[in-house]
Structure formats: C-alpha cells, structure tokens
Design a protein around this ligand. Structure first.
Ligand code: TYM
Length: 334
C-alpha cells in the first residue's frame, strides 16, 4: 500500500514495433486501472538487451515507448512512468533474487525456450534469468496487481514463487502480486496465423497491426486476415481466426460476445473484417495524434523522466534496503 491505495506495477520492452496485442492486452487495461491504484509503469530497457540491440535505436524506442504510455492516457503526474535503467535497485534486487531462484524453475520457462530457439546464436545468461529481473521489478514496488497479457502468466507465477520462498525464510518482506488479465484482448493472435500470438518479432508484417500503422494499412491487413471455410460467424475453438477477430472487436468496442454475435448474425466475413478494422482505426487514431503532439515537447518529457525516476527510486530503494538488511548485508554508515 502507498497511502490508502494498493500498488500496481507493469512494464513493456522497448524492442520492436509495439502491436495491437500490446495495446489491448496491456496498455488499455493500465489506463482503465490507473485511478484505482498507485501505479508504476516501467519501460523495461534492461530486459531489452537480452536480445542484441542497436544502441541508438534502443534509446529512440525507449523514449517512444515512454511517450506512448502518456499518449494512451496515463497521466505522468499521477502515475510513475520511468525507465528501468534509471533505477539501479532493479538490477541489485535481481542479483539477490537470482540466489533464491532454481535453475530447474528457469528451465521450464516457455519464453526462454521460444527466445533461445529464435536467437540460437545468442543464448545468453540474461535471457535465462530474465524472469528474475521481472520478479525484481514487481517485488521492488510491493505490487498488489500486475496487468499483463496471458503470455506473461508463467512469469507472474515464478514471481509469486520467489516471493513466497523469500518470505518463508525472512518473514513478510514482499507483497505477493496477483496478475490481472482483461476480459477481452488478453491474447491477441496473429492475423496471418491465428494459432500464433501477435508479436512484434513476427517476420510477416501482415500478421501484426502496429500501433503506428495508418488507417489504410490497418484496413488492408484486416481484409487479408486468415479465416476459415466455415462461412459462419461463431465464437468457438474450431474457428480461431474468427474468434480472434471477435476478441479484437470486443476489446475495442467493449461489447460482449453475445452482442457481437447478434450484430453479425447472417453476415459475411468481409463485413466482420471491415467492422473490426474500423474499430481498430478508431482506437488508434487518438493515440497516434497524441504521440505526435507529446513527442514534440522535449522539455516536458525530460521533466517527467527526471521526476519519475526519483519517485520510483525512492520506493524501490525502500524495499531494497529492507531486503539487504534481512539477508545480512552490513548496515550503511551515515
Ligand atoms: P512485452 O514487452 O513482450 O509485452 C508487453 C505487454 O503486452 C502484452 N502482450 C500481449 N497481450 C495480448 N496479446 C498479445 N498478442 C500480446 N503480446 C504482448 C504482454 O503480455 C505484456 O503485458 N516480460 C514482459 C515485460 C516486463 C514486465 C515486467 C511486465 C518486464 N518486467 C514486470 C509486467 C511486470 C514482456 O516482455 O512484455
């Protein structure tokens, strides 16, 4: 708790072009929850270097991501929006928690398996211990809730396991966080292969809607979306392409499955695709114009970056000092 509010923590990697999956699965829920909680939204640039990055590009993307958080509607005066690399406590706690995490647990992480298959020439130790840094992010702020997409479920589980193990040895040090998944949009699939999650690193750009795609591109990608030969609009496992389109539509419009099915009863796939495309264009238009407006204001952004790094550092260091004391590191002399 901070004051009378529970704490929310979440983050995104500053790599690749953000997709509609990132927006509907995470960012949109962040905005929805932001009034209710004391919120920390991190640009996790330290996680990004588990895959080789071009330095200038990383810097640019990190700033663009921070701008996007604000453009999506997160007020940076109320929500702490900051870069992970500006708060050294993340890396310090990660070292400590590495010593409370088992190789066997990390070996089971599906994201590690996927990423090492994709980057076979760079299976580094950071990629392996990635979930420990993520656990540190969350536990440093004593977060109660962590809004993420379903793909992060396993990382939330290991975070809870590490926290419980630590608390079991040293007493109640960490709050045990709960994941938060949205009703619709927690798992947006590729438009070209509905068995695969929509991802920034997809080689086929038609599979993903990027947040900065223009309206024509968005509509074109939806027109090409892979469906099936059933010819009826139903929400079921046998029709993953249609189900994905319905999920996107639900997440954009707030409608229920029943409402969407009633709306498209007797209609064709073409009509559904157009309606979903337009709902996405409507969602992204204000976001895109806000990004453009805010990114021009360098002094404003720099001020936010500075103040919020200090605020995040204050809370993070409080937890870190407590942990250091518990495990027996010598006290600082002041
Ligand atoms: P990242 O950067 O891959 O994704 C950011 C957020 O977007 C969600 N997401 C999706 N949701 C629905 N459908 C999709 N197709 C889709 N693709 C991505 C992700 O679930 C995530 O919520 N390890 C994290 C970043 C991280 C983090 C943290 C998150 C680091 N530390 C602490 C929460 C708390 C990641 O790689 O997310």
């Amino acid at each position: 708790m901070i004051g009378d509010k529970k704490v929310l923590f979440s983050g995104m990697q500053a790599t690749g072009n953000l997709t509609l999956g990132n927006y509907l699965g995470a960012l949109k829920n962040w905005v929805k929850l932001s009034d209710e909680y004391e919120c920390f939204y991190c640009v996790v640039d330290e996680h990004s270097i588990t895959v080789r990055q071009n330095p200038a590009e990383l810097r640019k993307r990190a700033r663009a991501l921070l701008t996007l958080y604000i453009a999506a509607g997160l007020d940076p005066e109320k929500n702490c929006i900051y870069y992970q690399s500006h708060v050294s406590a993340h890396a310090e706690l990660a070292w400590i928690l590495n010593c409370f995490t088992y190789m066997g647990e990390l070996n089971r992480m599906t994201q590690f398996k996927d990423k090492s298959a994709k980057h076979a020439d760079n299976i580094n130790a950071g990629l392996f211990t990635y979930p420990v840094l993520m656990a540190s992010d969350i536990l440093l702020f004593q977060a109660d809730v962590v809004p993420v997409g379903i793909d992060q479920k396993q990382h939330l589980e290991i975070t809870r396991d590490i926290a419980q193990r630590f608390n079991g040895i040293y007493g109640d040090v960490f709050t045990i966080p709960e994941p938060y998944f949205g009703k619709a949009g927690a798992k947006i699939m590729s438009l070209q292969d509905p068995a695969k999650k929509m991802s920034k690193s997809d080689e086929n750009p038609n599979g993903s809607i990027y947040l900065m795609d223009d309206p024509d591109t968005i509509i074109r990608k939806f027109k090409r979306a892979v469906t099936d030969s059933e010819g009826q609009i139903l929400y079921r496992d046998e029709q993953p392409g249609i189900r994905n389109l319905i999920d996107i539509y639900r997440a954009c419009t707030g409608k229920s499955v029943e409402e969407v099915l009633a709306e498209f009863d007797g209609k064709g796939y073409g009509e559904l695709k157009m309606a979903v495309g337009e709902s996405v264009v409507d969602q992204l238009r204000p976001l895109q114009s806000e990004v453009e407006r805010i990114s021009k204001d360098k002094a404003y952004l720099d001020g936010i970056i500075k103040n919020n790094a200090e605020k995040a550092g204050y809370y993070a260091n409080k937890t870190l000092r407590k942990v250091q004391k518990k495990i027996g590191f010598p006290e600082r002399i002041r």
